[in-house]
Design a protein around this ligand. Structure first.
Ligand code: CTP
Ligand code: MG
Length: 235
């Protein structure tokens, strides 16, 4: 029987947000940002095992939070790398997996992913090599080179990328190996690496609530969303 592993990527430093504390440990309704995802994955019966990727210096703290918020599943806390890609690679290579196991990768910096979205990703990847959450782009996006506006791609085909992103183990493993072989170290998400290797990935409809906290403004927005959740009225 294949298993479903949920990986929470929390090995980053939050440099763009610029706080002393990495953003995954900032509080939302008195709960660390990372704890929101921990609780969510812990509550989903389709998930067998949770893997948390942390920087070496934050492993102890991450372990304490995991003890408080993950009550139902086995948890492993493993060391991250210097890039998101390397942290993802560490997660898929620290133990033995079966070829058909499902690996979900989620940013710790996305606290508001819902149970329904996670389950949709799992259901989709069962029939394909990969699945991931997307929402239609709202902003008009420009391609600029040397301060020259080159083009404005039609918004029709543009989407914002979210997590989780889910893959069969053999797909994500092969894609990481391919990236190493080609010396590419800066994929900012797993889907870009997987499609570069030649696999197809299916879109699952994400949600505009499922924001990634990147800047201070995002953190302020997240506090507003968290308050709404507390009052039982998410957007
Ligand atoms: N991440 C990781 N290992 C890294 C870098 C990032 O596990 N070496 C994780 C982050 O903790 C985050 C997710 O990948 O949950 C998305 O990355 P990002 O938003 O870029 O977070 P940071 O790298 O922490 O932020 P910044 O780029 O501003 O420093
Ligand atoms: Mg980063």
């Amino acid at each position: 029987m294949s298993k479903v592993y949920a990986v929470i990527l929390a090995g980053g430093k939050g440099l763009r947000l610029g706080d002393e504390i990495p953003k995954q440990f900032l509080l939302l309704n008195d709960m660390p940002v990372i704890a929101w995802s921990m609780e969510k994955f812990d509550s989903i019966k389709e998930i067998d095992h949770i893997i948390i990727v942390s920087s070496e210096s934050e492993m102890e703290k991450t372990g304490y939070i995991a003890k408080d918020y993950i009550k139902n599943k086995p948890v492993d806390i493993i060391k991250g790398g210097s890039t998101r890609q390397e942290s993802s690679y560490n997660a898929v290579s620290y133990r033995k997996f079966k070829e058909e196991d499902i690996i979900l990768l989620h940013d710790a910096a996305r606290p508001f992913v819902s149970k329904e979205l996670i389950i949709s990703c799992i259901n989709k990847v069962k029939h394909f090599n990969g699945s991931a959450l997307y929402v239609s782009a709202i902003d008009t996006i420009a391609v600029i080179e040397n301060e020259n506006v080159i083009s404005i791609p039609s918004r029709e085909n543009l989407y914002y990328t979210q997590t989780p992103q889910a893959f069969k183990y053999h797909v994500i493993k092969k894609s990481h190996e391919n990236a190493v072989l080609k010396n590419i170290t800066n994929f900012s998400d797993d889907v870009s690496m997987v499609i570069k290797t030649g696999f197809k990935v299916k879109k699952v409809d994400g949600s505009y609530d499922n924001i990634k906290i990147t800047t201070k403004t995002d953190y302020e927005t997240a506090k507003v969303i968290a308050r709404k959740f507390l009052q039982g009225q998410a957007f």
